[in-house]
Design a protein around this ligand. Sequence first.
Ligand code: CA
Length: 230
Amino acid sequence: MTISIVHIIEDEPLHAALLDRALRLAGLDTLLSDDGANGWRDIQRRRPTLILLDLMLPGLSGQEICRMVRQSSATRHIPIIMLTAVGGETERIAGLDMGADDYVVKPFSPKEVVSRVRAVLRRSEASAVGLGPIVNAAVRMQGPYVAVLLGERELILSRKETVLLQALLDRENTLVDAEELIPLPKGERPILPLQELDRDIRDLRRKLENAGAGSVDVLPGFRYRFTSRL
Ligand code: CA
């Protein structure tokens, strides 16, 4: 079994130390970089399992790192969780559009970060083995990662959005509950609050609608319905 290395790219020493300690206590290996340029160099050298990425960094910004990770075939599969400031809605959306998988708002609880890391690692393991190519009238999904063809257009999705999109595609034109959209081992409760899943689905809906490929109806009670437009 390979050991997971969580790469923390964070220039604030206190935050970095808190994250490092919490992740190590949870049994994960860590790697620390305190600026953007070192962070990108270390990603290429060490190929971490997951990246915890601060957005405001000296050297290279978190957004730039995110874009470079997604552009390189050697690193584009590595999940990224962004660390964003309170109120950083614009940054968060930009980061998700650039292919980040999840985000945590500062100030964070180290426990919460560990839960997010575990959830993203579990999803990424599941997607590495479980997500084959999907062909649908609306959307063709290629491989486990992020390239989705919508007609002639390519859409870049995070892994989380890829998983959600697959779940919605499997149930096209059907009203589904939030719980049905999160693949979980038997008996396990979702870690994400439903409000958060709801936000993820709204982000995905925005991308689908921008590409003119489909829409997602969002109904009260955390219920959703995907409809193709192609
Ligand atoms: Ca910072």
